[in-house]
Write a protein that binds this ligand. Structure first.
Ligand code: C5P
Length: 288
């Protein structure tokens, strides 16, 4: 079985506060992209065999292996799997590649091993693997709240073209969160829908590209720019190449620009490769 594990961007990301367990309470409108890793999964044999186009990722800690191991005890009869991961989403970019690989593995093995876990059961396992993983079981667009476990799908019919650029150096998610000063809140704090979330949902519902571009916000951008001032220049270059607006992807270090059309995105990606090692042009996903 071949499955695609799409990347994501955060159209909005508000950090509402720091929880006693060290995680942050968030509210984010997340959007999947046509950029995707590819997983090839065959069942049979004994145990989990994992290979990857990037051999440095062939470890027991890889979220693909951890996802498979979480599902194993739910198999009535032990069944093996051979999983190959073709990596296309850069790491330490804020594009959710590892989380998406984990979600795709959970969905695929739940089917192939005929485990029949319910969506709620899968979501509980996903949350154990990482804060972004539950979103990737749903998508392609959703409002994500809490630590990342509360997912409300948001439907829209926009085809939006984006360009993404990632500098050679990545950013560590804990380091970026660590550089943010957020108020302490209790774990049972209930977030109310943020103004920024509503503004983005309205822009999407009205299919208004300028309004979408204007509504982009990411509370992690300030700390990320402090940690990596070179990102200022990447932002500036994207605006010069015709992007309507530019924002950090998740906790970085990739940056995305909303483009008026596919041509602008492709041209920007081609020109930006002179300054940054990894660029990509593509569009948002509507559905899986
Ligand atoms: O859940 P995950 O392991 O993907 O999170 C990686 C890091 O991101 C955490 O160690 C934490 O520093 C930060 N994080 C956070 N609050 C969230 C999600 C992630 O502080 N809601």
């Amino acid at each position: 079985m071949d499955v695609l594990a799409p990347a994501k961007i955060n159209l909005t990301l508000r950090v509402l506060g720091k929880r006693p367990d060290g995680y942050h309470t968030l509210e984010s409108v997340m959007q999947m992209l046509s950029l995707a890793d590819r997983l090839t999964i065959e069942t049979g044999g004994v145990g989990i065999q994992f290979s990857c186009s990037d051999p440095t990722l062939e470890t027991e800690e890889n979220l693909v292996v951890r996802a498979a191991r979480l599902l194993e005890p739910h198999c009535a009869i032990p069944r093996g799997a051979q999983i190959h991961l073709e990596k296309r989403i850069p790491m330490q970019a804020g594009l959710g590649g590892g989380s998406s690989d984990a979600a795709a593995t959970l969905l695929a093995l739940n089917e192939l091993w005929e485990i029949r876990l319910t969506p709620d059961d899968l979501a509980a396992l996903a949350a154990q693997l990482g804060s972004d993983v539950p979103f990737f079981l749903a998508g392609p667009t959703a409002v994500v709240q809490g630590r990342g476990e509360s997912i409300t799908p948001a439907f829209h019919a926009m085809t939006v073209h984006v360009v993404i650029a990632k500098p050679a150096t990545g950013l560590s998610t804990p380091a970026v969160y660590g550089a943010l000063s957020a108020p302490t809140i209790t774990i049972d704090y209930t977030p109310h829908i943020q103004v920024e979330t509503n503004t983005m949902l309205q822009a999407l519902a009205h299919e208004n590209l300028d309004a979408v571009a204007n509504a982009l916000v990411n509370d992690l951008e300030g700390p990320a720019l402090n940690l990596m001032p070179a990102l200022f220049r990447v932002r500036e270059r994207m605006l010069e190449e015709g992007c309507l607006n530019v924002l950090l992807c998740g906790s970085g270090s990739a940056v995305f620009g909303i483009c008026p059309d596919a041509h602008t995105a492709e041209r920007a990606a081609a020109i930006l490769t002179n300054d940054v090692p990894w660029t990509w042009a593509g569009s948002w996903l509507h559905y899986r």
